[in-house]
Structure formats: structure tokens, C-alpha cells
Ligand binder design. Structure first.
Ligand SMILES: Nc1nc2c(ncn2[C@@H]2O[C@H](COP(=O)(O)OP(=O)(O)OP(=O)(O)O)[C@@H](O)[C@H]2O)c(=O)[nH]1
Ligand SMILES: [Mg+2]
Length: 278
């Protein structure tokens, strides 16, 4: 199915939103979705929770909150929470995004928690990445900077109704002054109060501005080539692994591991055998 759907993709704007648990991602996604619906754009939402092996509380909460939209066929919501699915969460999310894109969604919003490797991979699917911070995180901006400074195209300081929003803004500015992005884009900082719908228009404007920026000098295509380079390597790795695994049953793996553990076999020749190098 994905093979035949792929030619119909590439139309949607894929927007990734990431941030710490409880930062207000779902509330923001909800507000953005409402705004895009007012403009008559078809919206797809993928809520990814890599921290939970189950479709747990958080996502259930999102569903309940988002059910306002359930009667609206212009919004489709899919939650994903299973780690360890074949090919990993990032690939599964990519496949779901492909289906949504092909189905004619104009905007796809991907919500994901945190900034671990899975999240960075998921972010790679997106044309635009929004990193959500909240006041009162103290030194957290410092600790997560390595991950977020590189992936953020736009910063949101949500819960700006709380004390400390200015301080977070200053910290981001300070970090930005240290590392200039190689594409020359300076990620704007948008302050929001998602629960009250404040700053959403400004966020949508910042998103539109970055979309415009990507249209200049083939930047969108260049970014896409970079992303696909990564994804092709991942897909290849998955395919090779599946192929090698097909050659041995589970019991077989235990037996082989036993032979290596007892030094009856060396693991290097074994891998060569399994990958067909020999
Ligand atoms: N004070 C304040 N509360 C907010 C704001 N935005 C969201 N909240 C509240 O923060 C809580 C968490 O919001 P969510 O949107 O579920 O946050 P999330 O980042 O999606 O959370 P997870 O998906 O569980 O990681 C909810 O109770 C929201 O009502 C805001 O701007 N100000
Ligand atoms: Mg959420």
C-alpha cells in the first residue's frame, strides 16, 4: 500500500511539535488544528508517546480533550505508543504520515514527547520542527540544549502566563548567539498560553514564515534530501535485519548465542554468514 501511496505524497506540510511531558503540546496542537480548520485546511494529527509501551493515560487524555473535533472529518487523529514495533517508532510514524499525506491532508501535526533519539528521528520526518519550552524549568534549557538547538526551527514558550517566560527567552537567545545555524535561519521565539488560545495566530504566522523561507533557493528540497538520506539508511538497515532474522528462528538465535558464549564459534564469521557476506 505504501508503495502505491507514495506518489500521492509530498503535498502536506508536516509540522513536528516536541517538548517535555506536560509542556502543553496537545493543547497547542489542538489550538493549531482549530485555526487551520477555520482556514479550511484538512488536518491530520499524529500523537506519539515513545515513553509508554501502552496507550496510556496521557494519550487517552489527549483523545478526550480532542474529541471536540471528532465530528469534524477535516481532522483525523492517530495515537501511537508502541515501542519495539517492527522498524521502530520513527518508521511507523513515517508510514502513518505517508498515509495521511496521500489522503489529502494539507497539514500534518506530529506531537512527540521529549528529545531522545526516537524523537529526533521523528522530527526528521517534519518539514518544520517546533520545540516547546515552559517557564520554571530552571537549568533544563541548558541540559537539553544539545538536542533542541539543532532541531528547533521555531521555539514556543508555552505557559507564558507563568513567571519566568522572559528568563527562558533570554536563555534561548543566549544559546542562539553561541551557535549560528548553517542555513542562516534564526528560529523565532513565540510566547503562547495554549490553554487560553493566546499566541496561536503568532505561532501559525511563524510557521508560515518558515515555510516561505524554505521555498527560497530550493531549501525545502535540500532539507528533504538530507532527511531521505537518513531514512533510506534506516530502511535499509531494517530490511537487512529482517532478511537476516528470517534466516534464523528464535530458538536458533539462542543456540547460536550459546555456541558463541562457549567459544565454539566466533561471532564475526557468524555475522558474515547471516548477512550473506560469505
Ligand atoms: N497555565 C497554563 N497551563 C497550560 C497551558 N497550556 C496547557 N496547559 C495545561 O497544561 C497541562 C498539560 O497540557 P497538555 O497539552 O496535555 O501537555 P502535553 O505536553 O501534551 O503533555 P503530554 O502529552 O502528557 O506530554 C494541561 O492541564 C493544560 O491545560 C498554558 O499556556 N498555561
Ligand atoms: Mg500530549
Amino acid at each position: 500500500m505504501l508503495k502505491s501511496l507514495f506518489p500521492h505524497t509530498g503535498q502536506a506540510n508536516v509540522i513536528g511539535l516536541t517538548g517535555a511531558p506536560g509542556a502543553g503540546k496537545s493543547t497547542l496542537v489542538d489550538q493549531l488544528a482549530k485555526l487551520y480548520r477555520k482556514k479550511d485546511r484538512m488536518v491530520g494529527i499524529i500523537a506519539v508517546d515513545p515513553t509508554s509501551p501502552y496507550t496510556g493515560g496521557a494519550i487517552l487524555g489527549d483523545r478526550i480533550r480532542m474529541q471536540d473535533h471528532f465530528s469534524d472529518p477535516g481532522i483525523y487523529i492517530r495515537s501511537m505508543a508502541t515501542r519495539g514495533s517492527l522498524g521502530g517508532l520513527a518508521r511507523t510514524t513515517a508510514d502513518v504520515a505517508t498515509v495521511l499525506d496521500a489522503s489529502g491532508r494539507d497539514v500534518i501535526l506530529i506531537e512527540t514527547v521529549g528529545v531522545g533519539q526516537d524523537e529526533v528521528d521523528i522530527v526528521r520526518l517534519a518539514d518544520i520542527t517546533v520545540v516547546i519550552l515552559v517557564p520554571g524549568m530552571g537549568d533544563d534549557v541548558q541540559t537539553i540544549k544539545a538536542g533542541i538547538m539543532e532541531i528547533a526551527d521555531i521555539f514556543v514558550i508555552n505557559k507564558s502566563d507563568r513567571d519566568g517566560a522572559e528568563r527562558v527567552e533570554r536563555e534561548i537567545r543566549a544559546l542562539q548567539s553561541l551557535a549560528v545555524r548553517k542555513d542562516g535561519w534564526t528560529p523565532p521565539i513565540v510566547k503562547t498560553v495554549a490553554s487560553e488560545g493566546k499566541g496561536i495566530t503568532e505561532l501559525a504566522a511563524a510557521i508560515a514564515e518558515y515555510e516561505g523561507y524554505l521555498q527560497i533557493e530550493n531549501r525545502a528540497l535540500k532539507k528533504s534530501v538530507e532527511n531521505w538520506q537518513q531514512r533510506l539508511v534506516e530502511m535499509l538497515r531494517d530490511a537487512m535485519l529482517e532478511k537476516a532474522q528470517a534466516k534464523m528462528s528464535d530458538g536458533n538465535l539462542t543456540r547460536l548465542a550459546g555456541e558463541v558464549a562457549e567459544h565454539k564459534r566466533d561471532p564475526y564469521s557468524l555475522i558474515e554468514e547471516l548477512t550473506g557476506k560469505r
